[in-house]
Design a protein around this ligand. Structure first.
Ligand code: NAD
Length: 516
């Protein structure tokens, strides 16, 4: 946040190449430490661009070890004071509900800024803002309703669980749907009574700055929420290595997760890791083809394909394969790519030119590995900005890089399969295991295949809708630990077992025997 601002005129985009600049856009984003907006101790900054013009619109304070240390110390002081950690659950829930109200009340503004910073289509950014509010409301309900275990050992003992917040949590988040993914960590950590230091992704720091006013207005005590902007290898690394961060909740790439895991080993920190994916969508010949087409298109092209649970490998049974590919490609070619602020846009601009180049690199690799049936490059009507036409490769062998590696853009690989065993083998033939999707009208087979897919989450004849009580997380290279519902509260809590004797204590009496 929040040095004021370049005056700009809001526009409703009509020309797809037109740049929409939100009114009141900040030109400098600061840290928020101990209830104060601050620059970095050494004054370092980095540039922040928007993906439609690829021009810097702001600078952000680039946090270093000293800034992270100040934030962690502030969080520790707030935690030790008990001002938040020891508040009754109902009192914490009231603040969380006020946060949800404030997010809901400013959802349009939030979405506008998120779209500007990330290139996500505005209608989808709005949905993500509303989901962020829901995350706070959900954990407000959960902490009030929470029970803990107690065990009676008849006539002898009672054992009960004393739940308490762990302490200072470091939250490190990626650039895809940044505000929503931050809420995903902020809501359960704060609900549990922890104090936090958030390090948002350097590509997209804008929406994180909005938490400052939201939390302050909602009455969250000073020092409970701290924000340090910066580069992953600097600010993120310092947060991971800080002695006093007891927990690290990380969402991002698998290779970054592996490095953070190694760096956390010295202090044996608690870790939650939500990592990359290359999820299969398996379409059997007896599927409701219309529904499967809708879902598999949305599954990889929504959120610009920058979606961890994207169904980016579509496995289709041979007898319907040609028809599926033809209809899929026709629909993909028809997807509206354009200015992310235009409500008609279905695919916007990819987040950053570096990421865009990486995705384009995969498109070129794909041209040598599969049969290009849609897209394959920049749309002609969009000469600037990180735009890519929805790109579909058919006949992709499982050995192909575009089958094995996460692309994280609007690019999909379609591969035929013969029978159920072949489908399961192909589905599991990658290092990742985040999500899976199965389409069939044979429910017995549907359950069987769903349960055989090595993934943390499977959707059967449905797509990416998740009740907030259900577990979220990946297996294999897609993550460690499951969050969602009470699992998230467990991650941010210690569960201390207290054992109490009922009646007389009978202990073997060491040293009490008669030595004469
Ligand atoms: P990334 O790993 O490059 O960065 C994620 C965060 O880690 C950023 O804040 C970054 O600054 C920080 N970081 C980088 N190096 C670090 C280091 N050495 N120490 C500490 N922090 C460091 O990921 P990204 O490119 O921002 O995000 C895209 C990735 O996130 C994709 O792989 C995607 O699948 C994954 N993702 C996973 C989920 C999930 O729930 N499984 C959800 C969304 C995104």
């Amino acid at each position: 946040m929040t040095t004021p601002t370049t005056p700009t005129t809001p526009t409703t985009p009509t020309d797809p190449t037109e740049r929409h600049v939100p009114q009141g856009l900040p030109t400098h984003l600061q840290h928020f430490i101990d209830g104060e907006l601050r620059d970095s101790v050494d004054g370092a900054t980095f540039g922040v661009l928007d993906p439609v013009s690829n021009e810097d619109y702001a600078t952000a304070a680039a946090g270093q070890a000293a800034d992270v240390d100040a934030a962690v110390q502030a969080a520790q002081r707030a935690f030790d004071s008990g001002v938040w950690a020891e508040k009754p659950a109902r009192a914490r829930a009231r603040v969380l509900n006020r946060i949800a109200d404030l997010v809901e009340a400013s959802d349009t503004r939030l979405a506008e800024l998120e779209t500007f910073d990330t290139g996500l289509p505005i209608t989808q950014a709005l949905g993500q803002a509303q989901r962020a509010a829901e995350n706070f409301r959900f954990f407000a309900d959960l902490i009030v309703a929470q029970t803990d275990d107690a065990y009676k050992v008849p006539g002898k003992q009672i054992n009960y669980v004393n739940r308490k917040p762990v302490g200072v949590a470091g939250l490190i988040t990626p650039w895809n749907t940044p505000f929503m993914l931050e809420s995903w960590k902020l809501a359960p950590s704060i609900a549990s009574g922890c104090s936090v230091v958030l390090k948002p992704a350097e590509f997209t720091p804008l929406s994180a700055s909005l938490w400052v006013d939201i939390f302050t207005e909602a009455g969250l005590p000073k020092g409970v929420f701290n924000l340090v902007n910066g580069i992953g290898e600097e600010a993120g690394d310092a947060l991971v290595k800080h002695l006093r961060t007891r927990l690290i909740s990380f969402t991002g790439e698998t290779t970054t997760g592996q490095l953070i895991f190694r760096n956390s080993a010295t202090h044996l920190k608690g870790m939650s890791m939500e990592l990359g994916g290359k999820s299969p969508a398996v379409v059997f010949a007896d599927a409701d083809l219309e529904a499967a087409l809708d879902s598999t298109l949305f599954g990889v092209f929504s959120l610009n394909g920058e979606r961890c649970t994207a169904g980016s490998r579509i496995l289709v049974q041979r007898s319907i394969y040609d028809e599926f590919v033809e209809r899929y490609a026709a629909r993909a070619k028809n997807i509206v790519v354009g200015n992310p602020h235009d409500p008609r846009t279905e695919v916007g601009a990819l987040v950053h030119p570096e990421h865009y180049e990486r995705v384009l690199g995969y498109v070129e690799v794909g041209k040598t590995e599969g049969r290009l049936v849609a897209g394959g490059g920049r749309p002609e009507n969009l000469p600037v900005g990180n735009y890519l036409a929805p790109t579909v490769f058919a006949d992709v062998p499982s050995t192909a890089r575009i089958f094995q590696e996460e692309i994280f853009g609007p690019v999909v690989a379609i591969t035929p399969f013969e029978d159920e065993a072949d489908a399961v083998r192909l589905a599991n033939d990658v290092k990742y295991g985040l999500a899976g999707y199965v389409w069939t009208s044979d429910l017995t087979r549907g359950h069987r295949v769903a349960q055989s897919i090595e993934a943390g989450m499977v959707w059967l004849n449905s797509h990416n809708v998740r009740d907030l009580r259900s577990p979220f997380g990946g297996v294999k290279a897609s993550g460690l630990g499951h969050e969602g519902g009470y699992r998230s509260l467990d991650f941010y809590s210690e569960q201390q077992a207290v054992h109490v004797t009922l009646g007389d204590v009978h202990t073997a009496r060491f040293g009490a025997h008669d030595t004469h």
